[in-house]
Design a protein around this ligand. Structure first.
Ligand SMILES: [Zn+2]
Length: 152
């Protein structure tokens, strides 16, 4: 089995779904699945009784965790291991990154991804986070790890 990569695997992100209104009771969201992603065509997600029902797939519990007083954040409960996860990956089955043994393409892809997530939920320091992400991206493009290889 070829190694599967996080960055090229279709996923459902809990924040994106929340902001799109997909976590409201009775909400129905349709996701377009890219060609070659294993599951093809459209995927319909319906929020039913607090769970996310994936058409042709598992029923995913949504966990609401109070992380600050009066402030809740959602997690998907992985249909395989029930671990709370922010992303569900859509391969031949639907599960979290660990269950599907997905790897990051580059070691700092992990860091970059976490930072992009931080930016999504940030209320403060957005500009600082965005600047840091740009720097990391540049380093990735250059293939350096913080060391400058360009002249000047
Ligand atoms: Zn899992």
């Amino acid at each position: 089995m070829p190694e599967r990569i996080v960055e090229s695997t279709k996923r459902v992100n809990v924040w994106q779904l929340l902001h799109a209104g997909g976590l409201a009771e009775g909400a129905c969201t349709t996701l377009q699945i890219d060609h070659g992603a294993g599951l093809e065509g459209c995927l319909r997600l319906t929020c039913e009784g607090g769970d996310l029902v994936i058409e042709g797939g598992p029923r995913v519990a949504v966990i609401w965790q109070e992380w600050l007083p009066g402030c809740c954040r959602p997690w998907f409960s992985c249909p395989k291991c029930t671990r709370p996860c922010g992303d569900l990956f859509l391969c031949d089955e639907i599960a979290c990154r660990l269950c599907l043994k997905l790897k990051y393409r580059r070691p700092y892809g992990d860091r970059l991804y976490r930072m992009r997530r931080r930016l999504l939920v940030a209320r403060h320091n957005r500009r600082a986070i965005a600047a840091e992400i740009r720097l990391l991206e540049l380093q990735m493009i250059r293939g350096t790890d913080g060391k400058r290889t360009d002249r000047g």
